[in-house]
Design a protein around this ligand. Structure first.
Ligand code: ADP
Ligand code: MG
Length: 257
């Protein structure tokens, strides 16, 4: 119970936030209790779930830096089985503040502990950088879910990403593992997309999800309506894909148990 998962890739624009919002929403729809934490100062997961971070009093910032209980920052959303802790604009300055604190790598881990058992899954959206927020995130999680965009140089930066995970594993979080790799923005008509899938499967062996997330305009539109795609357009290909991914995710999890 209470598995903590980071959606992580230090490259920007690869589908981290889209996957974080829509996979978590899919799992919620399937009856799993999910807590979503937005650790990216941009706050796109927060707004993607229809919450205005300017109006939130207690955010992940207060939880990590002002020692308030995570319980006070949990916001129930209007979507099935999803609770959220919002990001804050202040977070961009938090890197420096965190660096000066005692136990600086463990702030998030210690904060989440209190509610871990109340959820099936806790998803964390990471900023696209390797600062203290990301280190806190990787220290707190059980596993990492890696979105990779089907584009030129898809594997660029992946060895650095694996290096980061290995470093965290050896120094801060010996139990961290790879949850899975999600191929995003797939275009079945493009040879390039098909080649990228092959390359990524060769690199990550059995860790790549069979479900491919297609490029779908509904996925890009849904956030501006403050809702996950499965609520925005129940019939589009983006919805189909993320529900299928949620199913595959659960199947693999339950195999392990
Ligand atoms: P990241 O969090 O890694 O920076 P995002 O999830 O924010 O990436 O995606 C980057 C941009 O691409 C966003 O504008 C998003 O709406 C869009 N996008 C993501 N996935 C898809 C997709 N499968 N189809 C179409 N647009 C997508
Ligand atoms: Mg993002």
């Amino acid at each position: 119970m209470g598995k903590i998962i980071a959606v992580f890739n230090q490259k920007g624009g690869v589908g981290k936030t889209t996957t974080n919002v829509n996979l978590s929403a899919g799992l919620g729809k399937m009856g799993k209790r999910v807590l979503v934490l937005d650790l990216d100062p941009q706050g796109n997961t927060t707004s993607g779930y229809g919450i205005d971070k300017q109006e939130v009093e207690d955010t992940i910032y207060e939880v990590m830096l002002e020692d308030i209980s995570i319980r006070e920052a949990i916001i129930p959303t209007e979507f099935e089985n999803i609770d959220l802790v919002a990001s804050a604009t202040d977070l961009s300055g938090a890197e420096i503040e965190i660096a000066e604190m005692e136990n600086r790598e463990y702030l998030l881990k210690n904060a989440i502990k209190e509610v871990k058992e109340e959820y099936d899954y806790i998803f964390i959206d990471c900023p696209p950088s390797l600062g203290m927020l990301t280190i806190n995130c990787l220290t707190a999680v059980d596993s990492v879910l890696i979105p990779i965009q089907c584009e030129y140089y898809a594997l660029e930066g992946v060895s650095q990403l694996m290096q980061t995970i290995k470093l965290v594993k050896s120094r801060l979080n010996p139990n961290i593992s790879i949850q899975g790799v999600v191929l995003s923005m797939f275009d079945g008509r493009a040879n390039l997309s098909i080649q990228v899938v092959e390359e990524v499967k060769k690199y990550f062996k059995g860790s790549v999800y069979t479900t491919l997330i297609p490029r779908n305009v509904r996925l890009a539109e849904a956030p501006s309506h403050g809702m996950p795609v499965i609520y925005y357009d129940t019939k589009c290909r983006g919805t189909e894909a993320y529900l299928e991914l949620a199913e595959e995710f659960i199947d693999l999890e339950e195999d392990i148990i």
